[in-house]
Design a protein around this ligand. Structure first.
Ligand SMILES: [Zn+2]
Length: 425
């Protein structure tokens, strides 16, 4: 499948700022986006984006307006939405302005504590998930440097406030995270959605990350639909404009989330294990979702969402085969295969699978050689590693999902260094 490089460019905020409603509502593109609403008493800022984009975003804001920031709202506590505040706060200090109110859902605070607990782990995992776009982790997040919320929402009722002539309403819904809030500005017919809308298939079931909530995601879309908005500033991607467009995007996203949730649940109730559910779900995936511009799998992915629903309701024993309960080490299993057949047989078979474009099966065969390598001559191991590298790179080219491509590319990178160190021996 071919995918557009533009999709990922828009996702990470590489497009010009957008302004609507007589230049009083602005989308500052970033990783994630910043929404700005101007009032006659100052600015409401929805998200502050990733730390490394802070200086760039500050310049962009000040090219648009000189007004003071009165409110900062965190759509949720993720690192790409709450850590780019420094240049804005430096300005406030230099000008002697009052600090803004900072609004967050109460569970965002738990997330910040978790970022500190798991700082090293997150560094390790994010350099994989975002391998192709981020640099050093210290530019991405400093879990000990947080702009602390001053207004903490429990999410039970909408929270309303007024700034100048404009009223603001914050609502809590669950989707990508349990700490998300979205903004409704009736006078501007505007929703700031945070990552409840990311201009891709929703990021539900990300293979690296904790549980997400497909059913509640659908409900969030339906709550937004009630507002009949004309604009959505999404957490990632371009402004969504026009009542009809907004309605269509929210409706199809809700429908896609209901679909994956309800169909997986149905199969769980039929007593099916994960493998069967997964392959059945791939077969019944409707074309209207597959081909929709807002459900492209370049970030979130339908295949991930199937996992998300299953994991929401099920434990880790997911095959129904007791062999898999406490499996032997994969290297020990591979060695047993090599006991019964020479490794060349597995390699040659992998190569013919590769030639017939059966890449996934070829990988399984190659792993017998690679994992069982102790008793195998170096030349064959090298050939197996090189073929695996080639297959991973081929899969990258056919893969629409940014996250899957990063996983495959990371694997290929590790193989490359294994190959070069083996060649030196
Ligand atoms: Zn985000």
């Amino acid at each position: 499948m071919n995918y557009s490089q533009n999709d990922i460019k828009f996702y990470i905020g590489l497009f010009p700022s957008q302004s609507v409603q007589n230049d009083t509502v602005h989308l500052i593109p970033s990783f994630g986006n910043i929404g700005i609403i101007e009032t006659n008493e100052g600015l409401v800022m929805f998200d502050v984006a990733i730390k490394q984009f802070g200086p760039r975003n500050y310049k962009k804001l000040r090219a648009i307006t000189e007004k003071q920031i009165k409110y900062v709202i965190y759509s949720h506590g993720h690192f790409d939405h709450c850590f780019g505040f420094e240049p804005f706060i430096t300005e406030i200090n230099e000008k002697g302005w009052d600090m803004p109110e900072v609004i967050a859902h109460k569970d965002a605070l738990k997330r910040f504590t978790k970022y500190q607990l798991l700082a090293d782990y997150h560094e390790w995992i994010n350099t994989q998930q975002f391998a192709s776009i981020i640099g050093k982790q210290e530019n991405v997040i400093d879990p000990y440097n947080i702009l602390e919320p001053t207004i903490i929402l429990d999410g039970e009722n909408p929270y309303r406030f007024q700034l100048g002539e404009i009223g603001f309403e914050l609502n809590h819904d669950i989707g990508e995270t349990d700490d998300s809030i979205w903004l409704w500005v009736p006078e501007k017919e505007l929703i700031c959605a945070g990552d409840l809308m990311v201009s891709s298939y929703p990021n539900v079931g990300n293979p690296y990350k904790v549980q997400r909530y497909p059913k509640e995601w659908a409900l969030a879309m339906e709550h937004m639909l009630e507002k009949d908005a004309k604009y959505i500033i999404p957490g990632h991607g371009k402004l969504i404009e026009g009542k009809q467009k907004v309605r269509e995007v929210l409706e199809i996203t809700a429908e896609a989330m209901h679909f994956v949730h309800d169909e997986v649940v149905k199969r769980m109730n039929e007593g099916k294990w994960f493998e069967q559910i997964f392959h059945e779900m791939l077969e019944i995936y409707p074309d209207k979702f597959k081909n929709h511009e807002y459900l492209k799998p370049f970030y979130g992915d339908y295949r991930f969402a199937i996992h998300a629903v299953y994991r929401l309701y099920h434990g880790w024993y997911d095959t129904g085969n007791p062999t898999d309960l406490f499996p032997a080490k994969s290297s020990d299993i591979a060695k047993e295969f090599i006991e019964i057949n020479p490794p060349e047989m597995y390699f040659n078979h992998a190569r013919s699978l590769f030639e017939n474009k059966k890449y996934q099966l070829a990988l399984h065969m190659l792993d017998v050689v690679i994992q069982g390598q102790d008793s195998i001559k170096k030349e064959l191991i090298l050939e197996a590693l090189e073929l695996k590298y080639k297959i991973l790179k081929k899969k990258v080219n056919e893969e629409p999902s940014f996250i899957v491509r990063n996983i495959l590319n990371n694997g290929a990178k590790q193989l490359k260094s294994k190959i070069s160190s083996l060649k030196k021996i």
